[in-house]
Design a protein around this ligand. Structure first.
Ligand SMILES: CC(C)=CCC/C(C)=C/CC/C(C)=C/CC/C(C)=C/[C@@H]1[C@@H](COP(=O)(O)OP(=O)(O)O)[C@]1(C)CC/C=C(\C)CC/C=C(\C)CCC=C(C)C
Ligand SMILES: [Mn+2]
Length: 412
């Protein structure tokens, strides 16, 4: 174990990847004390959870039916429960006709400079790791874009724990420490500069901690699991590592004050976008994941198609594989369709970047088809000219105003 990681304060910021973005920029023990942090979340969320409580956990699977029988909930039901609760938490704040109220900072000498440096660093990381997405964020209002950068960086660092160069040193205990550190961020006690940006963000926007905790849960899952028996198991994984990003983002993006869609339906669409993106990731990276001994495809569906892990490790594009892949792509597209219904309901300035990211990610599926389903040795990617063409299309879509009737999701 490297010295940096052996120091119990697991710091993916110390898990350097050679470009330096992840190295620690910690200054002293805590760079901002809780005194400057307004921690508005506890007041704005109505104190509906305890500090370490897992009130909205998706882990409890056994429920009683109205008739008193015990039954098992599907992952989709469990996750939808989280969505409903997340939506209920922020309903009022998101529908304000005023711009989200970003309160002035309490000027503690030096802190504002540090904070602005922290956001600059987040913007650099984002620009380096996700260029197209970064360009999209430039279309948002300055406060929103800074918040999205801070969340992006936290997500990237969290993923890097299990996927980065030091992943082999990461234990469940290390993830527990990362979660403790997350609690500190939400309590106004950031550990380093990048955490400080997130701490500031969650004090300015009605972002709840649960999706962040759940993303860490997804990383735990990655440590202990390399096969998924069926789509229900895979869905839960996708919620943890990607659906959560949708739930984290809606409070920043905001809902158009003119929208008559229910908050729940918008959250549901955001969740769907995360799931669609992750399913696409999985389909694009089949070969790469197999080389790491991982198969993120539902085992029962593979078996039904007459396929097994061996076929994947052998990497042969057969007719059975093509038929299997067609079904998987179809499913991912359904989630994109579900997501599309919600983008129009977002606040005006947030729609373009979200449309752009949706259209570009969706195109990866077209590229897998164009590669004749060879996702073993060919990585599907969207060329620059295709990306370029998608941007005005996304812009045109972003001009469509929100729905004026409650016609969105059948679940709402
Ligand atoms: C109503 C409505 C549709 C609202 C929009 C909500 C919204 C903005 C949703 C965003 C969904 C999104 C971008 C999800 C990311 C999914 C994803 C790709 C997750 C990846 C996980 C691990 O996968 P893996 O290890 O297999 O992949 P790599 O090979 O490592 O890439 C992640 C890597 C988890 C970490 C996620 C991120 C770093 C992305 C975080 C993005 C944001 C915070 C910003 C989202 C905002 C916009 C405008 C798209
Ligand atoms: Mn990853």
């Amino acid at each position: 174990m490297s010295v940096a990681l052996a120091q119990v304060n697991v710091s993916p910021c110390e898990v350097s990847n050679g470009t330096g973005f992840l190295e620690s920029v910690r200054e002293g023990n805590r760079i901002f004390g809780s005194s400057r942090h307004r921690n508005s979340r506890f007041s704005c969320l109505g104190g509906s959870r305890t500090k370490n409580g897992r009130i909205f956990s998706v882990r409890s699977a056994i429920v009683a039916t109205p008739g008193g029988e015990m039954t098992t909930m599907t992952s989709e039901q469990k996750v939808y429960d989280v969505v409903l609760k997340q939506a209920a938490l922020v309903k009022r704040q998101l529908r304000s006709t005023d711009e989200l109220e970003v309160k002035p900072d309490i000027p503690i000498p030096g802190n504002l400079d540090l904070l602005s440096e922290a956001y600059d660093r987040c913007s650099e990381v984002c620009a380096e790791y996700a260029k197209t997405f970064y360009l999209g964020t430039l279309l948002m209002t300055p406060e929103r874009r800074k918040a999205i950068w801070a969340i992006y960086v936290w997500c990237r660092r969290t993923d890097e724990l299990v996927d980065g160069p030091n992943a082999s040193h990461i234990t469940p205990q290390a993830l527990d420490r990362w979660e403790d550190r997350l609690e500190d961020v939400f309590n106004g006690r950031p550990f380093d500069m990048l955490d400080a940006a997130l701490s500031d963000t969650v004090s300015n926007f009605p972002v709840d901690i649960q999706p962040f905790r759940d993303m860490i849960e997804g990383m735990r899952m990655d440590l202990r699991k390399s096969r998924y028996r069926n789509f229900d198991e895979l869905y839960l994984y996708c919620y943890y590592v990607a659906g959560t990003v949708g739930l984290m983002s809606v409070p920043i993006m905001g809902i158009d004050p003119e929208s008559k869609a229910t908050t729940e339906s918008v959250y549901n669409a955001a969740l769907a976008l995360g799931i669609a993106n992750q399913l696409t990731n999985i389909l694009r990276d089949v070969g790469e994941d197999a080389r790491r001994g991982r198969v993120y495809l539902p085992q029962d569906e593979l078996a039904q198609a007459g396929l097994s892990d061996e076929d994947i490790f052998a990497g042969r594009v057969t007719d059975k594989w093509r038929i299997f892949m067609k079904k998987q792509i179809q499913r991912a597209r359904k989630f994109f369709d579900e997501a599309e219904k919600g983008v129009t309901e977002l606040s005006g300035a947030s729609r373009w970047p979200v449309w752009a990211s949706l259209l570009l990610y969706r195109k990866i599926l077209d590229e897998i088809e164009a590669n004749d389903y060879n996702n073993f040795t060919r990585r599907a990617y969207v060329s620059k000219p295709k990306k370029f063409i998608a941007l005005p299309i996304a812009y045109a879509k972003s001009l469509v105003p929100p729905t004026s009737t409650r016609t969105l999701s059948p679940l709402s």
